[in-house]
Design a protein around this ligand. Sequence first.
Ligand SMILES: C[S@@+](CC[C@H](N)C(=O)[O-])C[C@H]1O[C@@H](n2cnc3c(N)ncnc32)[C@H](O)[C@@H]1O
Length: 232
Amino acid sequence: MKQSKPDKGSKSSGSKSTRAKPASAKVGRSKTSAKWLQEHFDDPYVKLAQKEGYRSRASYKLLELQEKDRLIKPGMTVVDLGAAPGGWSQVAVNLVGHKGRVIASDILAMDGIAGVTFVEGDFTEQEVFDRILAVLNNEKADVVISDMAPNMSGMPDVDQPRAMELAELAVDMARQVLKPGGTFVSKLFQGQDFDALVAQLRKQYQSIKVRKPPASRSRSREVYLVGTGFKA
Ligand SMILES: C[S@@+](CC[C@H](N)C(=O)[O-])C[C@H]1O[C@@H](n2cnc3c(N)ncnc32)[C@H](O)[C@@H]1O
């Protein structure tokens, strides 16, 4: 499963140099957050990510999708949405190699990764969308990957529409920047409007698969939609 060692270089452009500060730690953790922390540190993917130098356990979701669907190849141009802290970008930059390009974006700041151009900002804002297009400089992308997810409140009526909005914006970016035959990968949460979005994508791509990589926690409604053969 391991690729060559993730690059910890610091080339980044279009981003502020400061990293988002974590919210100050609360004195006396709730039972729920203590349980989450325990689960997090016991998680084999968290341990593996620490051992192999990946910034997040999410790297293994992309590696597992890659193993199944061979999404990213050397020399490709990849757009990575919702990229922070950079686990998917690390995987993508290794796969595209020196002749490829990775353009990553997130509302949060991200430490630089050699070979990755980073655009910081809220993807729901047109200005951020336009800055990503400007970095592409009229070049089309081979692959758009989105792992964007809102901060979850735990209330499905609030979380699901926010997650769907981000997914729809990622669909829109893919529609604008992908080469004919290109590939789109997006995190989606099963729930309201899920089927409608999948139906819409079936018209835009030759093949649509709904994947649940082993690294995605089984209790999460999260799945990954893999669209291949973009019909320009
Ligand atoms: C699951 S994390 C991504 C993890 C990442 N793929 C990795 O491998 O490290 C989801 C990301 O979506 C980002 N996000 C949420 N809302 C966003 C928005 N409106 N614009 C841009 N990014 C957003 C979050 O800041 C967060 O970094």
